[in-house]
Design a protein around this ligand. Structure first.
Ligand SMILES: Cc1ncc(C[n+]2csc(CCOP(=O)(O)OP(=O)(O)O)c2C)c(N)n1
Length: 630
């Protein structure tokens, strides 16, 4: 079998591949993507759909001079393979390996960092405005999905596009899917562009005529005719209203059609939107049939085509517990910003369809929408990944906290998330939220505590946030009859031996509790008097408990799966300051850097957050404060 890929190291090499061999190149790309994702996990369905489009982009445009900007960037595997990263592709998403998202530090061909949806248009417009002010001639192309283009930032960019007067090319990669089915009026509008049978019939007839008449799609007369057809059959073509010439719909798996459309977009003086229709999961039957399931996957066996069984995890426990609460409480509503399956809300959506809202990839809107629902007497639970809630922090402050509304933020993927890397680690939510007045912030140490916290949020009359990690907890089946927690009270999980003085008090929470207990056992073996507190509440922190411990404490140690700056440890320092305590505090969490990709365990080792490394670090600190119990 020919191996075209191994001889391709740059866009120039892609341009040299004969047209007749393009299908072979596409097959090779799909093969490598499939094999690698089956081993390393990753985004599969979107990548399989974008293969032909990527090849044609590289045949028509010349990065790095031309800027190609991928929205989200989860569909850029072919791009990576064709721009010099074939040899290293087996390291995809591994520690120190190739990132699963575009990264300018990784390659000169990656124009911009991506990972969060909706940024490509604005980035492209910035590049285009810069290009024009430097009087350069390059092209700027944004590739954006039919779900990501509905994001607020994308719509703000569209609104501004005509005014910036700088040409950009927008490729709308329309596969009719977000992670789950796409939602919203825009997505339906795209659908109607595709199903306008009259338009498509006449357009096809014009194309056939033009072909016979040897009229190139680059010729002005062709565009005039095309435009005339559109203005009759699509009088309000949506994108034309934003100053974008609309080309499409184009079959995104047909090289010739893509080539024509992209050349036409390149050679036009105006901004252009090319509407490309692709199939998510293309070429891999299980993913073609169940694209949501195969959007992002862990490693799987190629023979059985079954993802390796995933553990239950907090998301599932959350979804089950909230569904159960809603069974008895008609005021409970659930909101997701396009992450229904990821956040575990599928069962809720099925059981309570009129109380379930998927608002699309629109986190800010989701928060303000929740505020409105809360103000009208409902109890909204907004399930959202930590890193995506970052988008909406202002709305949490302005629309929820100022009004002290009982919205509950169920913050999934809080803490380090592993192979998705720095754009997706959820390590900033504690500092971002802790400073907001009226907000209660909690973290459960297991699934039972998560249930209890969901109930605590229901009984509390104000905004609450509950953060929980991606990695599974102890895998307890949720206990639906568990009562709400006593508000603001910590839980002493390990009491030091009776009569101890000079106690090392470890305050921790959530997924770090197991580590803290392990460290405590090791320190106890080294003859320290150690106590462990499961804080449960980051805000309000249990100052009563802390105050009582001050009497016999030698020091406090804090341990959290979040950034150290401004995090839970900082909250404890502030509480001690209020208590006029001078007792030393040693804080452990993620350092002031963007943590890279890798397994949670690998990253914990790098940061010194495993039980053995933490104990070793503490054993170098503790003797200096002379607290060894004899
Ligand atoms: C701000 C933000 N919210 C949520 C996500 C999670 N997410 C990743 S891809 C995706 C769906 C994107 O759909 P679309 O743009 O149509 O691209 P496709 O995956 O279908 O190729 C979502 C919701 C994200 N990356 N960023």
């Amino acid at each position: 079998m020919s191996n075209l890929l191994q001889n391709i190291h740059s866009p120039e090499h892609v341009k040299q591949v004969p047209e007749a061999q393009l299908p072979t190149l596409a097959a090779e790309l799909r093969n490598v993507i499939l094999k690698t994702v089956s081993k390393n996990g990753g985004h599969l369905a979107s990548n399989l759909g974008a293969v032909e489009l990527t090849i044609e982009l590289l045949r028509i445009f010349s990065p790095p001079a031309d800027k190609i900007i991928w929205d989200v960037g989860h569909q850029s595997y072919s791009w990576k393979l064709l721009t010099g990263r074939y040899e290293l592709f087996h390291t995809l998403r591994k520690l120190n390996g190739i990132s699963g998202f575009p990264k300018p530090h990784e390659s000169i061909y990656d124009a911009s960092v991506a990972g969060h949806a909706g940024t490509a248009l604005s980035t492209a417009m910035g590049f285009a405005a810069g290009r024009d002010r430097k009087s350069e001639n390059s092209h700027v192309i944004a590739i954006i999905g039919d779900a990501s283009i509905t994001n607020g930032i994308s719509l703000e960019a569209l609104n501004n596009l005509e005014d910036t007067q700088s040409k950009v090319i927008v490729i709308l990669n329309d596969n009719k899917m977000s992670i789950d089915c796409n939602v919203g009026a825009l997505s339906r509008r795209f659908g109607s562009m595709l199903t306008n049978a009259k338009y498509n019939q006449i357009k096809a007839a014009v194309e056939a005529w033009a072909h016979k008449a040897h009229l190139s799609p680059l010729r002005t007369i062709y565009h005039r005719i095309e435009h005339a057809i559109k203005s009759i059959w699509l009088p309000n073509t949506f994108f034309e209203g934003f100053g974008l010439r609309y080309i499409g719909p184009i079959d995104g798996h047909n090289f010739r059609a893509l080539n024509n459309a992209l050349r036409s977009a390149r050679d036009d003086k105006r901004s252009v939107l090319v509407h490309v229709i692709t199939q998510k999961g293309r070429g891999f039957e299980p993913a073609e049939e169940a694209p949501s399931h195969w959007h992002g996957v862990g490693p799987f066996t190629l023979d059985a085509c079954e993802p390796t069984a995933s553990k239950r995890g907090y998301s599932k426990a959350f979804g089950e517990a909230l569904t159960e609460m809603a069974n008895h409480d008609p005021s409970i509503v659930a909101i997701t910003a396009a992450m229904c399956s990821g956040t575990g809300l599928e069962s809720f959506a099925e059981k309570h369809p009129t109380r379930f809202f998927d608002v699309g990839i629109c986190e800010s809107h989701a928060v303000v929408f929740a505020a409105g629902l809360a103000a009208s007497g409902f109890r909204p639970y907004f399930a959202v990944y930590s890193s995506f809630l970052q988008r909406a922090v202002d709305c949490v402050m302005h629309d929820v906290c100022i009004q002290n509304l009982p919205v509950t933020f169920c913050i999934d993927r809080a803490g380090i998330v592993g192979s998705d890397g720095p754009t997706h680690h959820g390590v900033f939510d504690i500092p971002m939220l802790r400073c907001l007045p009226n907000l209660t912030l909690m973290q459960p140490a297991d699934e039972h505590e998560l249930c209890a916290m969901l109930k605590t949020a229901r009984t509390h009359n104000g905004p609450c946030a509950i953060r929980y990690p991606r990695d599974p907890g102890p895998e307890l089946t949720p206990q639906f009859d568990i009562p709400a927690l006593p508000y603001g009270k910590a839980d002493v999980r390990l009491a030091p031996p009776a009569g101890s003085t000079r106690i090392v008090w470890i305050w921790t929470l959530g997924d770090m509790l197991t580590t803290a207990l392990d460290v405590a056992a090791r320190l106890t073996a080294a003859h320290y008097a150690v106590g462990v507190v499961n804080a449960r509440f980051i805000k309000p922190i249990d100052s009563d408990c802390l105050g009582q411990q001050c009497a016999d404490a030698a020091c406090f140690v804090t341990l959290e799966n979040g950034t150290r700056i401004g995090g839970f440890g900082s909250a404890l320092v502030e509480a001690l300051e209020q208590l006029n305590s001078k007792i030393p505090v040693y804080r452990f969490g993620w350092s002031d850097a963007f943590q890279q990709q890798g397994s949670t365990q690998e990253l914990m080792v790098q940061e010194g957050l495993t039980p053995d490394l933490l104990t070793a670090r503490l054993l170098t600190i503790l003797p200096k404060i002379k607290i060894i119990e004899s």
